[in-house]
Design a protein around this ligand. Sequence first.
Ligand SMILES: O=c1[nH]cnc2c1ncn2[C@@H]1O[C@H](CO)[C@@H](O)[C@H]1O
Length: 321
Amino acid sequence: MAKTKLIIDTDPGIDDAMAILMAFHSPEVEIIGLTTIFGNVPTSLATHNALHLLEVIGREDVPVAQGCTMSLKNVPKVRIADFVHGKDGLGNTNPSPPKRKALDLSAKEFLLKMINTFPGEVTVVALGPLTNIAMAIRADPMFAKNVKQIVVLGGAFFVNGNVNPASEANILGDPEAADIVFTSGADILVVGINITHQVVMTDDHLKQLGQSESAFAKYVYEISHFYFDYHHEAYDMKGVYLHDPTALAAAVDPLLFTFAEGVVRVQVDGISKGMTIFNNTGKRWGEVTEWCNKPSVKVAVTVDANQITDMLMERLLTDVK
Ligand SMILES: O=c1[nH]cnc2c1ncn2[C@@H]1O[C@H](CO)[C@@H](O)[C@H]1O
């Protein structure tokens, strides 16, 4: 079967790095580019880290396109998650400056170019705020039709957020962009923290990575201490949430999840700014609501969590070079 072409829109980020390494050991997909966004780190550092990761992986043939530095409302991300990922985004391991540069094309331009070149063939895995993707949707009405699928890591469905009780970090990073993407009519899978908080890499798994001879496993071991320390402290757990690798797994094998279909809207202001509100009641509402006559998305509601952790471990522990 033909491999699915993937573009990973990313803000690396320790769990982004895990997802990117996993993707390059996933025979089901072919990564045709990385695009960058703010979130875990500012955008320029995300670009730096994306280029660095491709060097670690030995895939300097894969292009990187730099994305937006601010949200659609031109609000700079004031809340960069360096307390989760370290100042450098990679657990304060101080990666050496990359040898390559990003493309001259912006992330939006690269997304449009790839989706027009390969209509119906490219899946975008969005691991950060959705600004780049919303820009592409706004620039070209055919984008939503021609993208094969958009897999979104974001939102908190029927559970609390992780920035505050209402909102999850990626959606809060650009709520307007998220609302544009969710109501665009594209084929969308949404993996929220109601799912990713079930998928855990334990302290024992990390030890196993550290003892391995695999270059990918060793690299993840090195960068992950900061991320583990944060989870020990913030959640009192002996492990970490595998947010980004879980979204990548949904692109590789959606059968590891079940999905419910319905309209998702995003709260763009007030105390619940960034909240994702999903209507899958099937109710014929007595009055017109902001959810009426909008396209549906597929929201993940169950997950085979152990399978995903096993998949990540197996793919990190295998050296394919
Ligand atoms: O407490 C947090 N604040 C901000 N970002 C976080 C936090 N925990 C995890 N992430 C990051 O945001 C995405 C999932 O929401 C993931 O990319 C994760 O690395």
